[in-house]
Design a protein around this ligand. Structure first.
Ligand code: ZN
Length: 139
């Protein structure tokens, strides 16, 4: 290494990471880098490294974002459904309507939550957040 290269380090460009592709792959529970490896080792636990491409996924910090997204989606759908219940089932009991929408809330939340977390992890990976970037933490 001569004096010029020591002071003028040229950064290597990071490979392109398409945001939409990464979010879609994460939504489907796949590695945002290759799209073939599994993203989760259990219901919401993200694998540390992809078994197919070796991408380090331990940098993810989804925190509460998946829960917020799930609540946003489910609350709007169930809220509209509750308001429409009187039109859909005019002579049904209040207990039956409440039990139905409670069940819909639980099932929809359980279905959407891991998909929202995968999408958030894919977004973080594509944007190089929290150590996903080659040049360090860009939060
Ligand atoms: Zn992978």
């Amino acid at each position: 290494m001569n004096d010029m290269t020591r002071f003028w380090r040229i950064p290597t460009p990071r490979p392109e990471r398409p945001l939409r592709t990464a979010i879609t792959r994460g939504f489907l529970g796949r590695c945002p880098a290759c799209g073939r490896g599994r993203l989760f080792r259990s219901y919401l636990k993200v694998v540390n490294t992809c078994k197919i491409c070796g991408e380090d996924l331990s940098h993810q910090r989804a925190d509460d974002a998946p829960a917020y997204l799930t609540l946003l989606i489910v609350a709007h759908g169930v809220g509209a459904g509750i308001l429409l219940s009187d039109e859909l089932w005019p002579h049904s009991s209040l207990l039956w309507v409440a039990a139905f929408w409670l069940m819909v809330t639980v099932v929809a939340s359980l279905i959407i939550l891991p998909r929202a977390k995968g999408a958030v992890v894919g977004q973080q990976w594509a944007l190089g957040m929290h150590g996903f970037g080659a040049e360090g933490d860009r939060t």
